[in-house]
Design a protein around this ligand. Structure first.
Ligand code: 6PG
Length: 505
């Protein structure tokens, strides 16, 4: 029997189903398999009923038959739960694979696991690609941002399909091109995918994408909290502000959906008076990619403090019962709502933009550390470019980041690119004003303020770490360098025994 499928896919949860349909829409025959075979039959039945590309999708309930029906060298995408389920799925496929077959993990895997899997599979003569897939269900169906890492040879084999199914952006503006429908994919545009690097590089970059996603979302939430608690605005009014912001420099997918979410009325309230967001419990969930980003930043010594704050903010939000109890005991200031609404809204917009610049600066700075640590060569212009469309953090200003790294590939920090330097200079007074007001009103803005601390710290030629080094040397003989001696020369003083100098006045 001749193999008929160009590619295979294991894991038919929504992401897997949608990615399979996206691939089929682009003219590829795809074999699909799911551990629970009922799901496979249901999916195939649904496809036959609703999908123009159904004839190109074949479902299998036997793993050996599934693998046999894929053309060699086989390309098999995994969209299963990250962690043990990925290892189990690889183990179940392994006996049926042949030389040069490629497994592509599209889950949110920890990059270290991807490095290990790539090693294990290449030792057996197979190839492994860890590919970040971003964009949620709609992205998977009509164009995600794809961040693949693995050998150049394996990538060459996967590239045509990945380029076809990825989101597309306008070559001039960098704006995402929309309009694909089932059976009618987009033609033209620049695909949001590129080879990121070897082994775990793709999953690493996807992890940082998610870290930035966490801080992007937290910043938006803080802007909302300020308008709600400091200006006394309703969710619907705030939603309109986000609508207007989405027309300017802040234009992005997350701002767009925030405007929608805030203006959504509660479907349970027949009177149509309440906004749904006011009924949603204020405890955020998390699956771990933000935490991985923050933990890795700590490990590499990269100052991604705002990204970490976004993770801590979710942790604090999860302590609902404790917060409710504490709110009865710990009192903050009781100030009336600020009056000068329009001026303060404009200032919040500036604060959001400046903080966002810092958030991205931290993400890119972290990737710069990672490329040294893990021996990768990352192309930051390319990374910004493939985040312009398809993914959750897609935003107009990613074109500016692309331009910045295209002009200066070795840019030390995004804030040093003239476009961003000017933006920070122009808007920082409003940023400081908003944080000051938030502090006076007792409204927690951890992401806004940690982003500002990053900006102020990064632009300081002198930090108080001189005193810190003195403290370390005093109690632990950890030594210090001197400003009047070359770097790398270390000194120690026996502080308690050395007489203090008398400073003459
Ligand atoms: C994406 C998203 C996606 C998912 C995250 C959210 O790029 O499409 O990042 O990967 O939404 O898993 O993670 P949390 O559940 O941790 O918010």
């Amino acid at each position: 029997m001749n193999a008929s499928s160009d590619i295979g896919l294991v894991g038919l949860a929504v992401m897997g189903q949608n990615l399979a349909l996206n691939i089929a829409d682009h003219g590829y025959n795809i074999a699909v398999f799911n551990r629970n075979s009922e799901r496979t039959s249901d999916f195939i039945a649904q496809c036959k009923a609703n999908e123009p590309s159904a004839p190109r999708v074949s479902g299998y309930t036997d793993v050996a038959e599934f693998v046999r029906n894929i053309k060699r060298p086989r390309k098999i995408i995994l969209l299963v739960k990250a962690g043990a389920a990925t290892d189990d799925t690889i183990a179940s496929l392994m006996p049926h694979l042949e030389a040069d077959d490629i497994i592509i993990d599209g889950g949110n895997a920890l990059w270290g696991d991807t490095i290990r899997r790539e090693k294990e599979l290449s030792a057996k003569g197979f190839a492994f690609i860890g590919s970040g897939v971003s964009g949620g269900e709609t992205g998977a169906r009509f164009g995600p941002s794809l961040m693949p890492g693995g050998s150049a040879k394996a990538w060459a084999s996967l590239e045509p399909i990945w380029r076809d199914i990825a989101a597309k952006v306008d070559p001039v503006t960098g704006q995402q091109l929309d309009g694909a429908t089932p059976g009618h994919p987009l033609v033209g545009g620049v695909p949001c995918t590129a080879h990121i690097g070897p082994d775990g590089a793709g999953h690493y970059v996807k992890m940082v994408h998610n870290g930035i996603e966490y801080i992007d979302m937290q910043l938006i939430c803080e802007a909302y909290a300020l308008m709600k608690n400091m200006l006394g605005m309703s969710a619907g009014e705030i939603g309109k502000v986000f609508d207007s912001w989405n027309k300017g420099t802040l234009s992005s997918f997350l701002i767009e959906i925030t405007a929608d979410i805030l203006q959504q009325k509660d479907p349970e309230d027949a009177s149509g008076q309440t906004f749904l967001v006011d009924k949603v419990l204020d405890t955020a969930g998390q699956k771990g990619t933000g935490m991985w980003t923050a933990a890795n930043a700590l490990e590499l010594g990269a100052p991604a403090n705002a990204i970490a704050e976004a993770v801590f903010a979710r942790a604090l939000s999860a302590l609902k019962a404790e917060r409710v109890a504490a709110s009865q005991i710990l009192k903050g200031p009781q100030l009336p709502f600020e009056k000068d609404r329009e001026t303060i809204i404009a200032a919040i917009q500036d604060a959001l933009y400046c903080s966002k610049i810092c958030a991205y600066a931290q993400g890119f700075q972290l990737m710069k550390e990672a490329e040294k640590e893990y021996n990768w060569t990352l192309n930051f212009a390319t990374i910004a470019q493939i985040w312009r469309g398809g993914c959750i953090i897609r935003a107009r200003f990613l074109q500016k980041i692309t331009d910045a790294y295209n002009t200066q590939p070795d840019l030390k920090n995004l804030m040093l690119d003239s476009y961003f330097t000017n933006a920070l200079h122009d808007a920082q007074n409003n940023w400081r004003k908003v944080i000051g007001l938030a502090v006076q009103h007792g409204i927690a803005v951890p992401a806004f303020s940690s982003a500002l601390a990053y900006f102020d710290g990064y632009r300081s030629a002198n930090l108080p770490a001189n005193l810190l080094q003195g403290q370390r040397d005093y109690f632990g003989a950890h030594t210090y360098e001197r400003t009047d001696k070359p770097r790398g020369e270390f000194f120690h003083l026996d502080w308690p025994k050395t007489p203090r100098m008398q400073v003459k006045v």
